[in-house]
Design a protein around this ligand. Sequence first.
Ligand code: NZQ
Ligand code: ZN
Length: 391
Amino acid sequence: MKFDFTFENPTKIYFGKNSLDNLETELNNYGKRILLAYGGGSIKKNGIYDKVIAILKKCNKEVFECSNILPNPALSKMLEGAKMIKDNNIDLILAVGGGSVIDCVKGMSVAAYYEGEDEVFKRYWIDFKPLDGQKIVPIGTVLTMVGTGSEMDGGSVISDTENKIKSGRVFPTPLYPRFSILNPEYTFTISKYQMVSGIFDCMSHLMEQYFSGDDDNTTDYVIEGIYKSVINSAKIAVKNPLDYEARSNIMWCATLALCGIPGCSKEQDWEVHNIEHQLSAYTNCAHGMGLCAISMPYYRYIYKYGLDKFVRFAKVIWGVDDTGKSKEQVALEGIDCMEKFAKECEMVTTLKELGATKEMLPDIAKSCFLGGGYKKVTHEEILEILKQCYE
Ligand code: NZQ
Ligand code: ZN
């Protein structure tokens, strides 16, 4: 391991079939006024809402509701929630949902008492300014959709829909959820489309961290272990979505993938995410599906700049036999295996299927934040990559 790092993660995880039993104890640590935040209604259909409300009532909490937080959460919704928090002097935000709900409440928390001159989105999501003592409101979560890792990280991705900018950042620990409740059974009602989207999101988080550096790094071995587990369980869950063991492995893999440990002493890449965020800004597509479509041409473009790592990926993860093959052949075979797996899982591999038009591509490419690991790509190169996965 070459690079210095600091690792801290304060989120308490309750995992398993009975994990919601711990909500009562957690709630007792906070004041009376709770903002219950959730999405477009899935928690009302599958009964999770009723269970949470019953516990809140038992704890004598005063409940305020912020509902209809939709996928790729909008800045306007975040500001609406922030106002509710301030107006009602909220003590704890309880987010019940997936990454979109959890990301949005992190934004609400930081925006509620913000009084700076710049707009809050500009300050924290565009200029990435530090929190600098900003008053925030604590967050707890009940996770219902698996993939983003938002339940155990400081990530918050918000869409300024008016200006077509979707921007994410990782906030410091005060904005991490104080506790997160993970019951794999709560994910049984997710559609197959969303389930596999979340699985690819988890894979992508691992790859964004893995494809960087050339040192012998313990973190790479950790990533390989999580990656192998998630693809193994994905194959089972695709056939039988009600397989508890597979769903629980996927849930924990996704949480681990972005909890900070797979990033320790890694330079990291994150350009697939940068591109996907702008793809979503233009199409409102499901995050993991966008990542899947972009990843194949992206990695086929950059593999030669980190050849040895892509060879390792092919051999260790996908079991590619390298006998008599060049490094290039082995590396490309690894990416082919990933694509085959994605197709078998019915993940989306073209932008057209995600609602993009050819005319959008230059604007999407031009608006992407630039990052990169083995190769720093330009806006022109991003456009070429997007054209490769258009149809
Ligand atoms: O809104 P409801 O009705 O709840 O339906 C949701 C939504 O339509 C549904 N759903 C969730 N749990 C369900 C369920 N349906 C049935 N049963 C359940 N148990 O699933 C749909 C998708 O939910 P969403 O929260 O949007 O998905 P996801 O968890 O993938 O979150 C995506 C957002 O997270 C951001 C993405 O960019 C995107 O905006 N990310 C956040 C990150 C972070 N915080 O660190 C990192 C990621 O890379 C990512 O960028
Ligand atoms: Zn992601």
